[in-house]
Write a new protein. Structure first.
Length: 210
């Protein structure tokens, strides 16, 4: 896929957003259609806090609705295939864009379990800005794409460098903070993304060598 097919939004780092996941039962288990407030709005608390997952599910004929946020992006830019043609939907006054489809490993995803996401994006992390990674027992590196205030409403960017001491990592896993000397690209325009979360619902993408 050429760069001409990808619409890129820069200046993403630190931007706040929220998601609504509409869950249906697929042939292989639960699947969720993901709607995201980014880049339409910054998920204002006065609207987000009033969302009712049960009502949203009923209104949209879903098995369940999951509220995923607020979250904050940690990459510098996001490239998206077909951004201009994506469906828009309004939930309780919050306008969102349909961004991805997720094959859920369960209706209640647990930390350090993997979900596959069809999102057709390129996440770029600039050189010279600290990143946060999980390293699994096989040496796979998972870069934190967003930090979350779902579990700890007071969690901030300043907490991330020393987060390892607060995580209940599985055997063989470790958490690292370091500053890349070259830009890091996570390109999932041609494949599903593999995504996991930690104890605080911070999200990580598996890096796959190009």
């Amino acid at each position: 896929m050429s760069d001409d097919d990808i619409s890129t939004v820069d200046g993403v780092f630190g931007k706040r957003y929220g998601e609504v996941l509409l869950v249906a039962m697929g042939e292989s288990g639960p699947e969720a259609t993901v709607y995201n407030t980014f880049p339409l709005n910054d998920c204002p608390s006065e609207l987000w806090d009033k969302l009712d997952a049960k009502v949203i599910a009923e209104e949209n004929g879903a098995v369940a609705a999951l509220l995923n946020g607020p979250r904050y992006w940690l990459m510098s830019s996001i490239g998206k295939v077909g951004r201009d043609t994506l469906e828009r939907k309004r939930f309780g006054g919050l306008e969102m864009i349909r961004q991805a489809t997720v094959a859920l490993n369960s209706m209640n995803p647990a930390p350090y379990k993997v979900n596959t996401v069809d999102r057709k994006t390129v996440f770029t992390f600039d050189a010279g800005r600290e990143i946060y990674e999980l390293v699994d027992p096989d040496g796979g590196r998972w870069v934190m794409q967003t930090y979350s205030q779902i579990v700890d409403k007071s969690l901030t960017l300043a907490d991330l460098p020393d987060l390892a001491s607060r995580l209940s990592l599985p055997a063989g896993w470790r958490y690292e903070a370091h500053t890349p000397v070259d830009p890091l690209r996570v390109d999932t325009t041609g494949r599903d993304a593999c995504v996991t979360q930690d104890d605080f619902a911070n999200s990580y993408s598996l890096q796959v060598p190009s």
